[in-house]
Structures are given as C-alpha cells and as structure tokens.
Design a protein around this ligand. Structure first.
Ligand code: AGV
Ligand code: CA
Length: 326
C-alpha cells in the first residue's frame, strides 16, 4: 500500500532546541517517529532521557522508549549548557499529568518495563525493522549513526536521507575553546571522527549548518507570537517555554541562541523555508580546525545556505498551535 507517511528516527542531544525539534516532529501528521536516541553531548543523559520519555508519553507515544547514547565524544560541551534538561524535567507542563503506574498493565506495553538498547544499536535495529526507508534526523553529534554504520553497514540501504544540524560552511563556527580556531560548529566538533565516518558513507546528507541557522535566532517576538497562538497546556506552550529558557545566552556567550535544531526538524514539514545548494565538502578531523566542514574533498551534500525567519515562525506556529494534550 502506498503511503505518504515519512518514517523518522530522531537522534538528539537534549538541548532546549532539540526538545523543541522533538515536539515539532511529534506534531506533523505525516511523520511517524520510529525511534528516538539521546546522545550525552549537550546534555546530562539521565534528565534528557526523562524529559524525552515525558514528552513522548504526553504526545501519546509511550510505546517509544528513548535510547541512551553510550559513546563519549572527544571534545566535551560546557557543563553550564548541559544542565538545561534538569530544569526542563521539573517544568509543571511536563509533570501535571499523573505519572504512569509501574503495574502489570504498563509492563505489557510495547515500551514498558524493558530497558532500551544503546542508541547506536537501537538506531540500527529500528532502521532494519522498518517497512520502508527511514529518514534519520540528527540534532546532536553523529556518533550513533557512525557506530551504527560500522557495526551494521547494511543500514545504509534502509536510510532514505540523513538530515543533520551541524557545521559552518561560509560563516564563522561557534566553538570558542583554547587551541581551536573557531571555524567549527559544536555538534561536529564534539566527535569529528563520527562526522567523517558519515561523510564517507554513500548516504544522502542534507546539512543545516550555521549559515542557515544563524538567520533564525530565538527572539522575544517569536516567543510572544507562539504564546499568543497557544491554547492552555499544549505543544505551543511547551515550545514557547523551552525558547523562553534560552534567554541570557547572548549575555553569557556574546552569541544568540538560535533555533538550530528546530529549523532542521522543520525540514520534514515540507515547506519552502530554506534555500539549498549542492556543495562538495569534507570534514577536518584533527588540529585547530577539527570538526570544520571545508569546501572541496569530493563528498557532495545538500546544504541549507539561507533561511526565511518569517516563513519559519509561521510554520512553527501553525504546526504547534492547537495541538492539544501538551
Ligand atoms: O551548535 C548548535 C548545537 C545545536 O544542536 N548545540 C545547540 C543546539 O542544540 C550546541 C550549542 C552551540 N551554542 C550553544 C549550544 C549554546 N549557547 N547553548 C547551548 N548549546
Ligand atoms: Ca542539539
């Protein structure tokens, strides 16, 4: 039977915009999530798993159990960024509904009572079990996909497209670390070898680098417009809350907090928000530019080179507004 539903596996790393991306993907009627992994990069793993499980449950997807990433990248994220999920995990909007019981009824549920596989194995298993090719959306580092490809090269045939938030092609990077030249973006810097492994695959890659995401900062207007569109206790309120929690980033880092991962997830929404170019690229894996995406090198990727912030805001608001049950 021909179906227009797109199967999606989300590998996120627990940032505020990763969670907004998860909520956006859950709101698309034509998208079915087949799995969710949490990479312990820009987050603490346990609270990020907890938040993810709560969001899945509130969206009626407690059949999905978030898979814990067990791979550590070479270049750790600042701890000050990684603690965001501790605060999100205690938001009233995620905790007002009664907690699920641990009785026999829950143990019989598909996701209940059974520990998840490590993320890279869960990714491979879900891709191999899917009835049609899966779109893998990576809003954190690429460690799980890279390990999955190493252990199960046959998953390449089961992946339609990899949509990645990462890199900075013709703009400055966002890594500000001693010994680094600032040309890389954090997701690819955390595990440059993983990015290189994905680049050496034959998978179709669509990249959302800083070139596009720099154009969609979280602004007061965006949060206010989304809030006005929100009914009580729904998806729009949750995302507006997540975005409100990003304020102070500019004061602390001198750089804005952008809708990096949420723009990337909006790729599945099928609207004209970004302009794309096909670009020949390679990944720098060592030295002061490690994690950088450079032009040349023979690996063709589809790159979002520009974004329309108004089209993005309209799309997010119309997708999330009125999506009930949080
Ligand atoms: O480089 C962008 C990536 C995105 O996947 N992450 C945040 C997004 O989830 C790292 C990052 C860069 N600057 C940050 C980041 C900041 N100021 N706070 C938290 N994370
Ligand atoms: Ca992220």
């Amino acid at each position: 039977r021909r179906t227009t539903v797109t199967l999606v596996y989300l590998d996120h790393d627990g940032g505020l915009d990763d969670l907004a991306a998860l909520r956006l993907l859950l709101s698309y009627e034509h998208v079915t999530l087949v799995g969710v992994a949490v990479t312990p990069a820009d987050c603490l793993l346990e609270p990020a798993l907890s938040v993810t499980a709560k969001m899945l449950r509130l969206a009626g997807r407690d059949d999905l159990r978030p898979a814990p990433g067990i791979i550590e990248g070479r270049n750790p994220f600042p701890l000050a960024w990684r603690v965001d999920c501790l605060r999100v995990d205690r938001l009233p909007i995620l905790n007002a509904a009664p907690a699920p019981g641990r009785g026999a009824r829950d143990a019989r549920r598909p996701g209940g009572g059974r520990p998840s596989l490590p993320a890279h194995k869960d990714l491979a298993r879900k891709v191999l079990a899917a009835p049609e090719p899966v779109t893998v959306v990576c809003t954190g580092p690429l460690s799980n996909l890279a390990r999955g490809l190493d252990e199960h090269p046959e998953i390449e045939a089961g992946i339609r497209e990899v949509v990645i938030m990462g890199g900075a092609v013709d703009v400055a990077g966002n890594v500000d670390r001693p010994g680094h030249d600032g040309s890389a973006e954090w997701n690819l810097y955390w595990d440059p070898d993983a990015a290189d492994r994905v680049w050496r695959s034959t998978l179709p890659v669509t990249l959302y680098p800083l070139d596009a995401t720099d154009l969609v900062p979280v602004t007061s207007d965006l949060v206010d417009d989304l809030t006005r569109a929100a009914g009580p206790s729904d998806a729009a309120e949750l995302v507006a809350t997540l975005w409100a929690m990003t304020f102070g980033t500019w004061e602390c880092t001198g750089l804005p907090y952008c809708c990096w991962d949420t723009l990337t997830a909006s790729h599945l929404g099928g609207e004209d928000i970004c302009r794309f170019e096909t670009i020949d690229t390679a990944i720098v894996t060592s030295g002061p530019s490690q994690g950088r995406v450079v032009r040349g090198g023979g690996r063709t990727v589809k790159v979002a080179v520009a974004a329309d912030p108004d089209a993005f805001a309209r799309h997010v608001i119309s997708t999330l507004a009125g999506v009930g049950a949080r």
